[in-house]
Design a protein around this ligand. Sequence first.
Ligand code: GRF
Length: 200
Amino acid sequence: KKVAVLISGSGTNLQALIDDSLKHDSPYSITLVVSNVADAYGLQRAQQASIQTCVVDHKQFKSREEFDNRIDQHLKSHNIDFVCLAGFMRIVSDQFVEKWRGRMLNIHPSLLPSFKGLHVHRQVLQAGVRVSGCTVHFVSNELDGGAILTQATVPVLPNDTEDDLCERVKTAEHKAFPEALRLLTSQKVMLGQDGRVIWL
Ligand code: GRF
């Protein structure tokens, strides 16, 4: 199965997906990386792995729909089957979500449904919870609200800074995302009409 990864930044999750895709038993390959940020380090990771890249700068578009449409054109021309949002810092339009319904995953650095949105590790530390983690979920039109595929937990340690927690959660992300993408691309799960995961 052909997978495109959408990024805006460093791309450590992209790297984890690339590494997993190169294993002999992987059901998917990463064939396109799209970034809305021209100097995102993740683009270099892709080029290093000889994966095609393109930059679609959201600032060049009048509306979210036009921006998403351009991305969609790239996905179509590369015959992409599945899309992963890996640190892609744009909200996608309802139209785009509908087009890729059941075929688009996002990773979020908390145990959803807790701590949606931005500054997640700060929210976690402020709440004083002792466990955090990450969630891979289908993308729906509710922000960080789609059906959950995989989660992994990490402890929140005394005196953790946001950076400490971010780093610990990322280690968990790098396992959870490939695991979720394997489930989806090997048809072990699908998204039901009611928006819930069906385990096949
Ligand atoms: C990750 O923490 C992910 O959960 C969030 O954005 C971050 C991306 O990090 N959505 P990276 O670019 O994969 O290193």
